[in-house]
Design a protein around this ligand. Structure first.
Ligand SMILES: [Fe+2]
Ligand SMILES: [Fe+2]
Length: 284
């Protein structure tokens, strides 16, 4: 077996499954397909909120970005599903796209129900290479989900939002964990089954996608970009943890959310590694 690259994930020791094999393909595709949650946005019972909770919700600074991100993810995944030659992978990617569209639908219902004001949505600009688009979105989701897992746990613990509202969003957050898991396994499987020139191209695209997504988020963190999803989100939910504790919480939450899926699948590893590295340099 060729060695699987570990840009996006580490190969767990003692794997009983060969990464890149037919068994791996079945496992990561069926992980997504068989764990589908059939909730329906149109029948969500939105809880009534006390005036302060409603003001907090309406005042969160990231609803425009969240809606645009779901639309972009759905479009990019639909493009990859359209280009897929493998019917099983195509089915799984198409489901992933459908779930992103459902996330946008949930947000739409919530926005209308609570009267949240949004700017006009900027039109989506298609990316000609579907794999490049999927890599961009996949790594972006891995970064964003890592922080979202921690922020969600904080919001739940702090009572920042009433429990019924937190529960409405629980399936969405868990879906992102499934998407991250599918993505890192798709990358490893696809890479393994490519000939040398196509593998080199994929690797270059992966590094570029990681760099673009990481830069975008660093720019946000340094305040040079006002599309400030995670940082303003943290401030908005009253994040008072020190950065080191917050990173550790995010890593724990990611592990907890991934634990319910087959342990033979690769896990997203970049952000937990970054968190571990930072734990040596950030003040306790
Ligand atoms: Fe989503
Ligand atoms: Fe997703």
């Amino acid at each position: 077996m060729r060695e699987t690259s570990q840009v996006e994930s580490g190969v767990a020791e003692n794997h009983a499954i060969a990464i890149g094999s037919e068994a791996h393909r079945q496992l990561f595709c069926h992980m997504l397909l068989d764990s589908f949650d059939p909730y329906r946005p149109a029948v969500i019972a939105w809880p009534s909120l006390a005036p302060e909770a409603l003001a907090r919700l309406v005042g969160l600074p990231f609803w425009d970005i969240a809606v645009a991100t779901e639309e972009r993810a759905a479009r990019r995944m639909e493009a990859l599903a359209g280009a897929c030659e493998d019917p099983l992978i195509q089915e799984a990617v198409a489901l992933n796209a459908w779930e992103e569209r459902r996330h946008k639908e949930v947000l739409g219902h919530m926005i209308r129900h609570y009267g949240i004001g949004l700017k006009d949505e900027t039109p989506y600009i298609a990316i000609p290479d579907p794999e490049w688009g999927f890599l961009r979105t996949g790594y972006g989701e891995c970064f964003d989900s890592f922080f979202a897992f921690g922020l969600f746990a904080l919001a739940r613990e702090s009572g920042f939002f009433p429990a019924p509202l937190v529960e409405v969003f629980e399936p969405i957050v868990q879906e992102e964990a499934r998407h991250n898991l599918f993505f890192v396994n798709w990358v490893a499987y696809t890479r393994f089954n490519r000939g040398l020139p196509a593998r080199v191209k994929l690797d270059l695209q992966r590094v570029a996608a990681l760099a673009v997504q990481a830069w975008g988020r660093l720019a946000v963190a340094r305040g040079v970009d006002d599309k400030n999803f995670t940082r303003t989100g943290g401030e908005a939910v009253g994040l008072t943890l020190k950065p080191r504790q917050f990173f550790a919480l995010c890593a724990r939450e990611q592990e907890r959310r991934m634990a319910r899926y087959d342990s033979r699948l690769l896990r997203p590893r970049i952000m937990p590694r970054v968190a571990r590295m930072l734990s040596h340099v950030l003040p306790a």
